[in-house]
Design a protein around this ligand. Structure first.
Ligand SMILES: [Zn+2]
Length: 105
């Protein structure tokens, strides 16, 4: 929902016209603090391994079901799913309407 994507525009201020590609990390954090907000904002989220660079599209609905709607992707890591890889993955997000990829550390 737009109210999450543009967190400070509820009052009709000019924040809604801010170029999404110029959002700061803090803006994005506020736009989708939880997995539920990321789903509602239609964010495309994937994990990427810091060692082997394997990318896997994250199933946000499955994460929501397993962890709850309030689960935060920010700062989370998980073991890489490639056999034998010792790396850990972090979440990356691509909000619709942007060319930005946000590292959710
Ligand atoms: Zn890996």
């Amino acid at each position: 929902m737009v109210r999450f994507l543009l967190p400070r525009s509820a009052s009709g201020s000019d924040v809604g016209r801010k170029n999404l590609d110029r959002y700061t990390d803090g803006d994005w954090r506020a736009a989708a603090p939880t997995v539920q907000a990321a789903i509602e904002n239609r964010w495309r989220v994937f994990t990427e391994c810091e060692v082997c660079e394997l990318r896997i599209l994250a199933d946000l609905k499955r994460i929501q079901a397993a962890k709850g709607s309030g689960y935060r992707l920010w700062g989370q890591t998980a073991k890489c799913r490639r056999m034998g890889c010792p790396g850990r993955v972090v979440f990356h997000a691509q909000p619709p309407g942007t060319t930005t990829t946000i590292v959710m550390t």
